[in-house]
Ligand binder design. Structure first.
Ligand code: NAG
Ligand code: NAG
Ligand code: NAG
Ligand code: NAG
Ligand code: NAG
Ligand code: NAG
Ligand code: NAG
Ligand code: NAG
Ligand code: ZN
Length: 435
């Protein structure tokens, strides 16, 4: 009998808890934000309006910039006491990768569904609508506590992180509008981790996307053209050398520390195009490779090596860079960087164990570092299955709310760093690793 009533109490309690979460204002706006379908390429006006409304509720100054039609960048200013001091830029992106309900989602990807276990479902739950709401809620709570920050804090919301940032972070960082923000430090996205730790990204690998076009003789499908004179023969030579590099680097990756994906170059052949008819030896074959350079790679020498391999693979083969990042510097994660000290102390105060990491993929933060600004990538999601870009992307409310608390402390520490403790030149907190 007592067991049964205990059970009833437990059910009652858990339903009360779920109810409370359903009425939590942070949870509500998180759900609403997920419900706005910001799949890459969609009209972002509803997301922009959503943020302008939230900013207006807090009496904040906002701006929307377009460097390309259809790609709005939202900037929300949370003013501090002294704008002469470098500001803290809290960056996130509005866009999400596609999600199709028919791919096996338990709850629809744009539902923001809160289930009975207090988990919020939907595309963007981890990447990275959660973080944008956490920035906002943390700042709102600091304001409600009447805590004044010394430095200005800006929330910046980008339109196209998932598709290369060509219309977002890239032109923004080069703009006068960005210069006017007087940024000292940027925070950007990190990742979830299925362990009780949170990675903090301090460097990103350079992304090279390379198209190789092999031109060869076109002839009858029944003939034996000398293989090395055909598009297929030439491209197969290219594939062999590039994938031999892949094998070598794969071996390196096996020995790599989990916190340092910068120690190897990844290379994958991700597209093959060509052919006109089933019975014609094709004139052109196109290959697209996705390469992420090890952080120590000398880009000049590496490009020369690729070109040499292509030269050896046969004549009339062209190489085109679809994307070619320069190596970007690393942010100092040690006592020499007061922003790191402030950040890591805030995290540990709130029980977060942070792990300086170079991720295998890359984020918008690399454009900031390349422009001379230190940046940390952090999404507070420890003990959370990695579901960025995955089916059934979701986040527990408990983790989401703990993330707001840690950002409150992080923003407090960073935005109150006295001017005497930091250099006026933010680039002193960066270092280059390519040789
Ligand atoms: C949550 O809000 C709904 C609708 O306003 C209300 O009916 C319900 O009592 C609230 N629940 C709690 C636990 O506050
Ligand atoms: C979300 O937007 C994408 C891209 O436009 C579209 O294909 C998809 O059907 C939309 N999903 C929903 C649920 O509206
Ligand atoms: C969640 O719990 C409520 C109340 O106990 C129940 O009515 C509902 O069916 C449950 N929903 C799911 C999806 O399990
Ligand atoms: C809020 O802070 C300001 C400046 O520090 C102070 O003048 C004011 O009295 C505070 N208001 C409340 C309600 O605490
Ligand atoms: C290379 O291939 C193109 C297209 O097949 C052809 O027009 C051109 O003459 C070729 N050039 C050389 C140097 O073979
Ligand atoms: C074809 O080209 C590859 C790469 O240049 C070379 O190793 C191979 O010997 C060539 N084969 C013939 C038959 O010429
Ligand atoms: C703002 O900070 C600058 C740089 O540290 C300092 O020179 C100035 O006195 C400060 N202004 C105020 C009003 O505190
Ligand atoms: C890369 O190598 C070239 C040629 O050896 C050299 O001139 C250049 O300084 C190197 N770059 C870096 C960043 O070390
Ligand atoms: Zn992201």
């Amino acid at each position: 009998m007592w067991l049964r009533s205990l059970f009833c109490v437990a059910i009652l309690l858990s339903s009360i808890v779920a109810q409370n979460y359903a009425n939590d204002s942070a949870v509500k706006i998180f759900q609403q934000y997920i419900q706005i379908n910001t799949t890459s390429g969609n009209d972002l006006t509803p997301a922009v309006n959503f943020w302008l409304k939230l900013a207006t509720e807090q009496g904040l100054y906002t701006n929307v910039y377009w460097f390309t039609d259809g790609y709005p960048i939202v900037v929300i200013k949370w003013p501090g006491l002294n704008s002469t001091l470098g500001s803290i830029m809290l960056n996130s992106h509005m866009d999400v990768v596609p999600a199709d309900e028919n791919d096996g989602w338990t709850y629809p990807p744009f539902s923001g569904y809160l289930d009975n276990n207090s988990v919020i479902w939907g595309r963007g739950a981890q990447d990275m609508k959660s973080v944008t709401i956490q920035y906002y809620e943390a700042l709102k709570r600091l304001k409600a506590r009447n805590i004044t920050l010394l430095r200005d804090v800006y929330m910046t919301l980008m339109p196209d992180e998932e598709t290369g940032a060509e219309n977002g972070m890239v032109p923004f960082v080069a703009s006068e509008e960005f210069k006017a923000l007087n940024v000292a430090l940027e925070l950007d996205e990190g990742t979830s981790y299925d362990l009780p730790v949170s990675p903090v990204f301090y460097q990103d690998k350079a992304v090279w996307q390379i198209r190789v076009d092999c031109h060869g003789v076109a002839t009858h499908g029944s003939s034996f053209a000398v293989l090395n004179t055909t598009a297929i023969g030439k491209c197969s030579n290219v594939i062999n050398t590039f994938l031999a590099l892949r094998d070598q680097e794969y071996e390196k990756s096996l020995g790599a520390d989990i916190t340092n994906s910068g120690s190897y170059t990844s290379i994958n052949l991700n597209k093959i195009n060509g052919g006109t008819a089933n019975n014609i030896v094709p004139q052109i074959i196109s290959l697209v490779f996705d390469v992420r350079l090890a952080t120590t790679v000398n880009e000049t020498l590496f490009e020369a090596q690729l070109r040499e391999w292509i030269r050896q693979a046969g004549d009339n083969i062209t190489l085109t860079f679809l994307q070619k990042d320069s190596q970007s510097p690393a942010t100092i994660v040690g006592a020499a960087n007061p922003y790191w000290t402030a950040f890591s102390k805030a995290a540990s105060t709130k029980g977060f164990i942070v792990l300086p990491t170079i991720p295998p993929g890359s984020t918008d933060a690399r454009f900031m570092r390349s422009a001379g600004f230190p940046a940390f990538g952090f999404s507070p999601m420890p003990n959370t299955e990695l579901l960025l870009h995955a089916v059934n992307e979701r986040l527990s409310v408990k983790t989401f709310l703990a993330g707001i608390e840690v950002y409150e402390q992080i923003i407090y520490n960073l935005a109150n760093l006295p001017g005497e403790e930091t250099s006026v030149d933010p680039s002193v907190y960066l270092y280059y690793t390519s040789q």
